[in-house]
Design a protein around this ligand. Structure first.
Ligand code: FAD
Length: 338
């Protein structure tokens, strides 16, 4: 598939399908996207955080050296390409992780001197005058290379572009309507021929669903939390100040759940480390939840399934940072040598 006439079909317009569609559009390739808005997309529920160091021990995220610069380049370039006026859709953010013990502080202080971590984290001991939001705060691990993408706004801007360019079909994908072209290669969808098909259907992907693990996440928009400034605060969960003054708090990571609704248990888990006086005065102004497509080894699936059929999936809680890389990898498979 090297020539400009090759026609690619993307299934699904969540983060994976959108980043791939934008890479194809920016490279001047011919493509269509089939996506039905009647399906729940994990992407529209995402908080949009890009955090390079995760977990208690602040381990560097998978393929950091490749995926981080790629995502930091891709989103501003894509937003320029889409001519979006809202400059807040993608912003670089400092992430401050609350530290609660001397042991944690000493470990991370030592780690902040390790090769590969030196430019990413630094430790700040708690200033006595600092107002407390969290219980037993002894200091902060500060990371300057975080970022946030307002995912619904990004998807909407891309959707508008795809729609205006005639790339988008708002239709249900049914596997029985996709057939292989026996002679000339490629695939046919409802009578239309395509040279390659890329499934970005999230949990709705019929080919790899047995490999996926559904993990629920809950988010709350809160009033009454005195969080000033653009820094994102992190404990087990995160707090992000929104432009309207509310604070976005999230997300749970639930492997077992009965429904896709936010609940009191999720709220308590997320706000559990906030000091009790503050927690009592919090008001939930909005809440929502979604289901992430995740894999057992927490690595994304970026794969050729068979000749001319590919998939991006299983991005778990890191869809924002992984999707630009996944799209670039699929581009290499589609157009080798370019
Ligand atoms: C509460 C919550 C918070 C999160 N926060 C973050 C965060 O802060 N940072 C981060 O990086 N990630 C976060 N994530 C994870 C992120 O949302 C996912 O990794 C990512 O959205 C997965 O994108 P996707 O394109 O693979 O799947 P999806 O977004 O699910 O997209 C699938 C697409 O396929 C379409 N579709 C499915 N089936 C069909 C069909 N049969 N016919 C037609 N169309 C179909 C859907 O409509 C959708 O457009 C969060 C997730 C949740 C739930």
């Amino acid at each position: 598939m090297n020539d400009k006439t090759s026609h690619v079909l993307i299934l699904g317009q969540g983060l994976a399908g959108t980043c791939l569609g934008l890479r194809l559009a920016m490279a001047g390739k011919k493509f269509s996207i089939l996506s039905s808005s009647s399906h729940d997309a994990a992407s529209v529920k995402a908080a949009g955080l890009m955090n390079p160091v995760t977990g208690r021990r602040m381990a560097l995220t998978w393929k950091y050296d490749i995926i981080w610069p790629m995502a930091l380049d891709f989103y501003p370039a894509a937003l320029d390409f889409l001519k979006t006026e809202n400059k807040d859709i993608f912003t670089i953010r400092t992430i401050r992780k609350a530290l609660h013990s001397t042991e944690e502080m000493n470990f991370l202080e030592a780690k902040s001197a390790w090769a590969g971590y030196k430019d990413i984290i630094r430790i700040e001991r708690k200033n006595k005058k600092e107002e407390d939001i969290f219980e037993n705060l002894s200091g902060w691990a500060i990371c300057n290379s975080g970022a946030r993408l307002q995912v619904p706004e990004f998807l909407e801007a891309a959707r508008k572009y795809f729609s205006e360019q005639g790339n988008l079909m708002d239709e249900e994908f049914l596997p029985e309507n996709l057939s292989k072209n026996p002679n000339e290669g490629g695939w046919t969808w409802n009578g239309q021929a395509f040279d390659a098909v890329i499934s970005c259907l999230g949990l709705g992907c019929p080919w790899i669903s047995p490999e996926l693990w559904a993990v629920k996440g809950q988010l709350f928009a809160l009033e009454g939390l005195p969080l000033n400034g653009p820094d994102i605060l992190k404990t087990e969960h995160f707090l992000i100040r929104l432009q309207d003054g509310r604070v976005l708090a999230g997300s749970t990571y639930e492997r077992e759940f009965e429904n896709n609704e936010p609940d009191q248990k999720g709220f308590e888990l997320i706000t559990g480390e906030i000091i009790p006086e503050l927690r009592r005065s919090l008001k939930i102004s909005e809440s929502w939840s979604g289901i992430r497509p995740t894999t057992h080894d927490r690595r994304p699936i970026i794969r050729r399934l068979e000749e001319g059929l590919f998939a991006i999936n299983g991005m778990g809680s890191k869809g924002v940072s992984i999707a630009p890389f996944a799209a670039a990898e699929i581009m290499k498979l589609l157009f080798p040598g370019e």
